[in-house]
Ligand binder design. Sequence first.
Ligand code: ZN
Length: 408
Amino acid sequence: MRSWSSPDIPLLGDLGLGVGPVVQVHDTATGRLRPSDPSGSARLYVCGITPYDATHMGHASTYLAFDLLQRAWRDHGLDVDYTQNVTDVDDPLLERALATGIDWSDLAEREIELFRQDMTALRIIAPANYVGAVETIDLVVSLIDKLDAAGAVYRVDDDLYFDVHADAGFGAVSGLDEQAMLQIFPERGGDPARAGKKHPLDCLLWQAERPGEPSWETRLGRGRPGWHVECAAIALEHLGTAFDVQGGGSDLVFPHHEMSASEATVVTHEPFAQAYVHAGMVGFEGEKMSKSKGNLVLVSALRAAGHDPMAIRLALLAHHYRSDWEWFDDEIAKAEVRLAAWRDAVSRPLAPAGADLLRAVRTAMADDLDAPAALAAIDTWAADDSAADPQAGRTARTAIDALLGVAL
Ligand code: ZN
């Protein structure tokens, strides 16, 4: 699938500004910070959208977090190998298509294109491999075959299920006990009560054709892939095993990331990822921002209202990626004030030492992507009128572009 255009990213090392520290990321599976400093390329998989509605601030916040991670890795001197999927056939998409009378594939294409435009406007680094479920059917069938050979697949009617207990490490990503899993599972697409399953937590691998729904003819029969195995198949194909970071919103920890990891591990006997990194949820009007609740603040609506995408980006950066936070309507005005102050500050002929500012921003971003600390350091620098360094404005502008992705 066509990706979008990445922004140009200055490499500070090439500009004689050295390299940043080793990046520490918070790993959900261990609950700890861990250094992420692979030899060669850093490999990142981030779960993409199900394209049935426009990009809201919760999505933007998640994809921004993994954009920041890539900037910190690059600043440390690493190349980045980045894959993201699009779940372009799944129940929520088909339900929306049915409700609105739009062909499901037209709806998907329309929303994917809007997502590309929003990501481009926000200067979010594009994945090298942007892969749809629809173009992954063969990979999924192949992975299900391997799971079957490992004895981890069984049939309920004509659907295929994954026996989660085929993976002795099942539960290691989320750390949840079975009771907690059973409570969350049906809230996030699971079907614990379905008759014929060996265990309530077993998840769907392959859904046989339903009347009126899209399906593909395969050696498993006519049907379509389950969501978790889609991501397992795409990640293994494009990144291999034990890649550096599996990312997404915190609502994907269980069941999605747990299931994908178990399915991959049963086949490869290797860890799926080194670290599981999750962005917090964004609320609005007292509840998590979500399509089902209808309380969305859309990136495209803010853009259409004339807000500078860099102000939208700054509004998101004001919150730590791991925190759950609530969007208030004055966030964008506050970000616009900050953006104007920074633009004035980097244009000064003389400014306080740029090297000190660069060190502070690098330290903050390498410390689990602490953007609010980086913003505070830049605010302090911008408000400091002890001008001394004729290069400082240029250094600050370049560092803010490279590490925070804000074009001033
Ligand atoms: Zn995924």
